[in-house]
Design a protein around this ligand. Structure first.
Ligand code: FAD
Length: 522
């Protein structure tokens, strides 16, 4: 058996590990085709201390990423090969837990933190009602159909929407999944105690060791290889891939696929059409559509492959775009001022959200070093705007049209660091990053809008990633992509261990009790 994996994001790389580990495949029989210059998909990093680092992603994990940690338990860490990536991750989080002391801050610089996260009894009832509503009744419905207007101005909503990315107009189905899947995090949402993060940026912590391990297994890792088409054998009632066409270095190559071979296709990317700006230039929008082009081709004229238009295309961007930014700073004063304001040691606090900033700016000072080789005295902040379509209060432009300098200026003025503004601007580099589809997994959807890991009638084709339907789990995670890969491999090969069940807080007495305590007593 040969295996062809389209997409070298976390999901595609995890699929290769699972094929070797669970299905006994030989590494040399596996090829991963990745359109970008590097493996890693949405988890990328770039830049330097001199030019400014570029870290497009945040870092939000919990201990119930069961498929992910099962895979990472087998991968030696890149910095300490005696340890697995999983062990390294948990050791780091035990030694450096988040202790966010100022999470939501209002226009007066006051911390917002009150009893029950500002939720009333009615909100508790509405949350419980949604949690208990079967998904079959939520097709196409929005979160704001289930809650009062006050709910969306509660401390809980600010915490939730800025950690998880949800907006009132987003999918009630996905919100319900989040309530159940992450219930155990609920009592500590404000200080983020049980939210976990990578010891280094996600690319270096996860992707580098995965690629090194797969390389050592002789997996063919083809970068700059864009799979343009997949040929299907002409059988009326079955779907069997017999050919893959990919473009690389200006040439198109066709690879024959046998009926017993396996093809796993990543059907899209949250980082689709990502573009990076600079201190002096805003990110230039890209409209390549490449990351979901293959899904579109597969779905054309078929009903079993879902509906890519629900997630991708110009019309989706207004409810899905974030502008993220990475600040590389040599200003001690900046870091000290932030520490004083948030009462947190640099790198120990999670997200800080300036809830009254028009862009709804959230940021965190990252643990040092976040990147291998990061010089002493150089610190990194990562942040994003949940509403980049709005005009800033100090820089009167949409965030998506701003240079890094303008974003940094708006942030500093929102923080009331006006006195230090010139000094901080002079010793910091802010690089903005446009992610037009980052939040598209939150689009209101029907159950049939994403195909199952093995579409009906398929004999050797599986689909993996965030735009694939598996029950219960939440899609804005590497866990989801790993789970879809595991399901697809298991279903197609009818062999190997089944994936672990998805954690469900509503059936966990401890999580339920702790959540109830917040409503009744805290
Ligand atoms: C800003 C941001 C913050 C995030 N924070 C977190 C977090 O804290 N915790 C968490 O768990 N997750 C987080 N995520 C989500 C996480 O990045 C994704 O869940 C994960 O990367 C999905 O993996 P994937 O392999 O399915 O897709 P991707 O990582 O998106 O990779 C898909 C790859 O497929 C390639 N591809 C697509 N079509 C083709 C083709 N035809 N030919 C060749 N290659 C193709 C693309 O180029 C891409 O590299 C975040 C994402 C972003 C953007």
């Amino acid at each position: 058996m040969k295996a062809h994996i389209v997409g070298g994001g976390f999901g595609g790389l995890a699929a290769a590990v699972l094929l070797i580990r669970n299905a006994g495949a030989s590494g040399a029989d596996i090829t991963v085709y990745e359109a970008n210059e590097r493996m890693g998909g949405s988890f990328s990093m770039g830049g330097s201390a001199e030019t400014g680092y570029i870290l497009p992603c945040g870092s939000v994990f919990d201990s119930e990423f069961r498929c992910t940690f099962d895979v990472l338990a087998h991968i030696p860490s890149a910095t300490n090969p005696k340890k697995s990536v999983k062990d390294e991750f948990f050791t780091f989080n035990t030694e450096h837990p988040f202790r966010d002391r100022a999470h939501i801050i209002d226009r007066n610089g006051q911390k917002i933190h009150g009893p029950h996260f500002g939720l009333g009894l009615r909100d508790g009832f509405d949350l419980a009602r949604l949690s208990l509503t079967p998904e079959a009744k939520l097709d196409g419905r929005r979160i704001d159909e289930f809650f009062s207007a006050e709910f969306f101005d509660s401390e809980f909503w600010w915490l939730w929407s800025t950690i998880m990315g949800s907006l009132p107009q987003h999918s009630a189905t996905e919100f319900r999944r989040y309530i159940n899947r992450t219930l155990a995090l609920f009592p500590d949402l404000s200080d983020m105690t049980n939210v976990l993060r990578t010891p280094l940026d996600q690319y270096e912590a996860f992707i580098v060791p995965l690629v090194a391990w797969l390389d050592a297994q002789h997996v063919n890792l083809l970068t700059k290889a864009f799979v343009r088409d997949i040929g299907l054998a002409p059988l009326s009632d079955r779907i069997t891939v017999d050919r893959i066409d990919y473009e690389r270095d200006g040439a198109t190559t066709s690879v024959a696929v046998a009926p017993e071979d396996l093809v796993l296709v990543t059907t899209g990317s949250e980082a689709a059409d990502l573009s990076v700006g600079s201190m002096t230039a805003p990110p230039q929008p890209r409209n390549s559509g490449r990351s979901w082009a293959l899904w579109k081709r597969l779905a054309q004229g078929r009903t079993d492959f879902g509906n890519p238009d629900v997630f991708f295309g110009e019309a989706r961007i207004k409810d899905s775009r974030w502008i993220t930014f990475t600040i590389t700073t040599r200003s001690d004063e900046f870091i000290q001022q932030l520490s004083t304001m948030t009462e947190s040691e640099p790198g120990s606090g999670g997200l800080v959200t300036l809830k009254d900033s028009n862009w709804v700016l959230s940021f965190s000072v990252l643990h040092h070093p976040e990147v291998i080789g990061q010089p002493d005295g150089t610190n990194l902040l990562w942040g994003y705007g949940l509403h980049p379509e709005r005009t800033g209060q100090y820089v009167t432009k949409q965030m998506s049209e701003c240079t890094g300098a303008e974003i940094l200026q708006e942030l500093l003025r929102q923080l009331r660091f006006d006195k230090q503004l010139d000094a901080i601007m002079g010793s910091s580099i802010c690089i903005p990053c446009d992610l037009p589809y980052v939040n598209n997994i939150w689009m209101p959807r029907k159950r049939t809008d994403r195909p199952p890991p093995v579409p009906n009638g398929s004999t050797n084709l599986g689909v993996i990633g965030q735009y694939v339907e598996v029950p219960l789990d939440v899609a804005f995670t590497i866990e989801y992509s790993t789970r879809t890969a595991w399901e697809a491999i298991n279903t197609l090969l009818r062999d190997g261990p089944a994936p672990p069940p998805v954690y469900q807080g509503q059936y966990d007495p401890k999580a339920l009790f702790n959540a109830l305590k917040v409503f009744l007593f805290q």
